[in-house]
Design a protein around this ligand. Structure first.
Ligand code: SF4
Length: 484
């Protein structure tokens, strides 16, 4: 049976990364490089759409950026000085390709391609309304709802039609749109998903993370502000702010796990924030131990922070193989540990007879934690203390693949039960205030939270119309469609 590696399957998964550039020769080649830097945000499919001044060209495929967009023939076909691209997660299957972005439509005003990071939380409701009004959908992606709203808008210019469409949707969107007249990048009013702007020579770039700017040698200019639309064309750059201002709530999980540690979000180094989360954990939940051991790779910065704050030596007690893909053949029960050890193996010579603090970024279902604690015990660890950089208790409806609440360990057990469940000697999570302190805040402002932290607090910053209105069977169908 083919399955996702258990260490990956037990993580929240960011579903998308976007990249676009206007005004450079061979724009698609630059987009391919940028998408490569964003591969961690979506590893199942990738696509690029370009504009050569007369025609749009598009190539979308399942699989990694490398393997699809490192081919000369494909990049040559994606001709033009402007291009946008997208990486995404999706389940595999025959129907998956139609959901791979950028999505493209010939509107009455001309071609319109869109790459979307996020999720529209009233997409199903809007889709039903549009269906009733005669819209015919090509995909099951919520992004196509935006295209249909643009197509059916009563406004005149494309920008006004896009604004009209975005006024009708709820949820999270960082969009890069490509038209024959220019590129439009925009972020939802709460700025839930990230989007940054950079410059390469005279060309303007938009990307989900600064690491993609680094990859192509571009200079970081600034973040696209929450609620801002930036229009780039041969005439220049124009910023629009068509929405009533609200206090932004960017996703706190970008700092904890999704973004690459070498990215910078709103002036804060992701790596530094993760180390500070580890330091907060050490202050809040100290324990005597011989070594601090990270769960690789995502737990490494927090483990370094824990070690530096506590004075306990940092050691690599788990070694990760970099030569195993995300998918592997699941062995039968008798040899199931071999599957786990393909990617992570205990450094037994270090661990045996020692007391260790294991540090990871999150517990989702708990299957990873259980397997790792078991691996440490088998390697002879005397005590295993688990410290976690986030307690995930609720599902995300803003573009992150989370299991339903009933499958989230921290939503269904208290800490003592979880400790027994994963087989650790002790378990502790950083507090939500500790997370905010790691972000240079005094703590969480409960009256006006500074971030979206809904998967940790249950405090959702937008309405969840589809969840409120649809019966459970429809909600299930919606989820199934989203991941089709
Ligand atoms: S619910 Fe969690 S993962 Fe989703 S946007 Fe909010 S903080 Fe990020």
């Amino acid at each position: 049976m083919l399955t996702t590696h258990p260490f990956q399957d037990d993580k929240l998964r960011e579903e998308c990364g976007v990249f676009g550039i206007w005004g450079v020769e061979s724009a698609s080649a630059i987009v391919a490089l940028g998408l490569h830097a964003l591969q961690h945000r979506g590893q199942e499919a990738a696509g690029i759409t370009s504009w050569d001044g007369r025609t749009f060209h598009s190539h979308r495929a399942q699989g990694h950026v490398a393997g699809n967009f490192d081919r000369d023939d494909i990049i040559r076909r994606l001709a033009g000085d402007a291009a946008i691209g997208h990486v995404r997660y999706s389940t595999t299957g025959e129907t998956a390709l139609r959901n791979v972005q950028p999505l493209f439509a010939e509107l009455s005003s001309g071609g319109f391609a869109v790459a979307h990071n996020g999720n529209i939380s009233n997409a199903m409701t809007m889709r039903r309304d549009l269906n009733r009004r005669g819209s015919i959908f090509q995909s099951t992606s919520d992004t196509e709802v935006i295209i249909h709203l643009v197509a059916t808008s009563g406004q005149r210019g494309l920008l006004d039609r896009l604004i009209d469409a975005l006024r009708q949707v709820e949820g999270a969107y960082s969009l890069i749109c490509l038209t024959s007249e220019g590129m439009i990048a925009c972020r939802d009013p709460l700025g839930i998903r990230p989007l940054v702007m950079g410059k390469l020579g005279e060309s303007i770039i938009f990307a989900s993370e600064t690491v993609a700017l680094d990859m192509v040698g571009a200079t970081y200019l600034r973040s696209v502000e929450p609620g801002e639309l930036i229009q780039v064309s041969d005439e220049g750059i124009v910023s629009h702010r068509p929405f009533s201002p609200v206090r932004p709530r960017p996703c706190i999980f970008e700092h904890i796990y999704f973004s690459r540690p070498d990215s910078v979000i709103d002036g804060r180094s992701v790596y530094t924030v993760r180390k500070r989360i580890g330091a907060e954990l050490a202050i809040e939940s100290p324990v005597e131990a011989d070594y601090v051991v990270p769960v690789p790779d995502s737990g490494v910065p927090a483990a370094l922070g824990y070690a530096q704050q506590s004075g306990i030596p940092f050691e690599l007690g788990i070694i990760r193989s970099h030569y195993v893909g995300r998918t592997f053949i699941q062995p039968g029960d008798k040899v199931r540990h071999l599957g786990v050890k393909l990617k992570h193996n205990a450094n037994s010579a270090l661990i045996a007879g020692r007391s260790i603090v294991l540090v990871d970024d999150s517990i989702v279902r708990g299957t990873t934690s259980m397997k790792i604690v078991e691996m440490m015990r088998e390697a002879g660890a005397r005590e295993v203390h688990m410290r976690i950089a986030s307690p995930t208790t609720h599902s995300c409806f803003y573009g992150v693949d989370t299991p339903e609440r009933s499958k989230l360990l921290a939503a269904n057990m208290d800490v003592a039960e979880m400790t027994r469940h994963i087989g650790a000697d002790s378990l502790a999570f950083v507090s939500i205030d500790g997370l905010y302190r790691a972000l240079d805040e005094a703590g969480r402002n409960h009256a006006m939270p500074q971030h979206c932290d809904a998967c940790l607090s249950g405090d959702y910053p937008t309405r969840l119309t589809d969840q409120e209105r649809l019966d459970p069977a429809d909600q299930f169908a919606l989820l199934a469609e989203r991941f089709a």
